[in-house]
Ligand binder design. Structure first.
Ligand SMILES: *Cc1c(COP(=O)(O)O)cnc(C)c1O
Length: 410
């Protein structure tokens, strides 16, 4: 008799995005003439930059000829891409990361979900609330938690509330956490962490021999020059952190798939008897056993993001999205909403009016103005009473959405 992994049965039944799809589908069936504006799932809408497409095509052409055809590539990624990343993402911000500490993958979702595999099952996990659902759900699947309780929290996770009181940056715990998930600029709240706040986390991790898993998927959207783009800009972070980066939001690769994870040589974790082990060597072993690399044309396309044209073109797309964010923030504020995020991140985190619940606000927007957003409570209990708008929509849809909201006096 084949047995299932029963940890999967602990997962909360209605995962956020399927539940949104269900309600949207139901609405569309009953109202086929109504045009929806989707500002829910954080997916990009603008096409890949021309310089990226050109390199992508060249990569494909190389696969067509016997002289330049490529079979399996290095599991860790081609050196041409790792060198560009080390130079442009790190060295140009004053951080020295050797290309050998960079692991190319097909997504940060996968990497942030898979990374726990190399860490012991008894680590205490610290996870923000609200949060990108992947960190919690993959922990549940791996049997690192107990059951979910009535208040929406899984037993065995140390939740770190991110609320208006702490500017949506978690307070340093007075409790020992072994592995801490941080994501800045943040999805869903659009908040950023200052240098001082990140320094406090690095110090905490040093004191407690903890590891910070730093998801910087949205670093390209930072506009304030004082805000660090990488945790490695903080002194001492190489001893305590792993960083996840992705081309998905930075360069529109959500459908193309390319990301990377940085694990410094210096980073150590311990056996139960206290023996230090290099974390990078464990991940290298895992990566080369379970992963066979990102396709060559995709890595060529990703490397083209760092050419002169590639930089200019991807920056222009980021500016386009951030102008959407500015319009949304301004428009919602003028309608009397309290709005967070949207200046260093593509997400707008809005407080509903009169204490309305996140799902009631979702239904209100869907039914009265046909706008689809994301209920804050879907990201965790502390997201209740908030709503997330994504700026990755097309400009005309942002403008139309604001008009509909204004006309409906929402
Ligand atoms: C979109 C996103 C990612 C990127 O995921 P990919 O698998 O690289 O597309 C990672 N982390 C967060 C928080 C995100 O929102």
């Amino acid at each position: 008799m084949a047995l299932i992994n029963e940890h999967y049965q602990k997962l909360k039944a209605g995962y956020l995005f399927p539940e949104i799809s269900r309600r949207v589908k139901q609405y569309s069936i009953s109202n086929p003439d109504k045009e929806l504006i989707r500002m829910g799932i954080g997916d990009v809408t603008q096409p890949l930059a021309p310089a990226v497409i050109k390199a992508f095509r060249e990569g494909v052409d190389e696969m067509a000829s016997i002289e330049t055809f490529k079979g399996y590539g290095p599991e860790q990624g081609y050196a041409f891409l790792r060198n560009e990343i080390a130079e442009n993402e790190m060295f140009m911000r004053g951080v020295h990361i050797p290309p050998d500490d960079i692991f190319i993958s097909d997504g940060s979702k996968c990497d942030t979900g898979n990374i726990l595999e190399i860490f012991g099952i008894n680590n205490v996990l610290g996870i923000c609330d609200p949060v990108y659902p992947v960190y919690v759900d993959t922990s549940v699947m791996a049997g690192r938690t107990g059951y979910i309780s009535d208040n929406g929290y899984y037993d065995g996770i140390y939740y770190m509330p991110c609320t208006q009181n702490n500017n949506f940056v978690p307070d340093i715990p007075n409790h020992k956490i072994d592995i801490i998930f941080l994501c800045f600029p943040n999805n869903p709240t659009g908040s950023v962490a200052t240098r001082q706040q990140l320094k406090a986390w690095v110090d905490y991790a040093k004191q407690n021999k903890s590891i910070i898993l730093f998801d910087a998927a949205y670093q390209a959207f930072i506009t304030d020059p004082e805000i660090p783009h990488s945790i490695f800009e903080i002194e001492g972070a190489k001893d305590v952190a792993i960083e996840f980066r992705s081309f998905s939001k930075k360069a529109g690769f959500t459908g193309t798939r390319c990301a990377f994870t940085i694990i410094p040589d210096e980073l150590l974790a311990y056996t139960s008897t206290g023996e230090a082990v290099q974390v990078k060597s464990l991940w290298a072993r895992r990566h080369s056993t379970k992963f066979n690399g990102v396709s060559y044309p995709v890595q060529r396309a990703a490397a083209a993001v760092y050419t002169k044209e590639g930089k200019e073109q991807t920056q222009a797309i980021i500016r386009y999205y951030m102008e959407n964010a500015r319009l949304l923030k301004q428009g919602l504020e003028s309608l009397g909403f309290t709005v967070f995020g949207g200046t260093n991140a593509p997400y707008i985190w809005v407080k509903t009016k009169n204490g309305m619940s996140s799902w009631d606000f979702f239904d209100l927007l869907l039914n009265t103005v046909q706008i689809v957003g994301t209920p804050g409570s879907g990201f965790g209990p502390s997201g209740e009473g908030y709503f997330r708008f994504s700026s990755f929509a097309r400009r005309e849809h942002v403008i139309e959405a604001l008009e509909r909201l204004t006309n409906a006096k929402i």
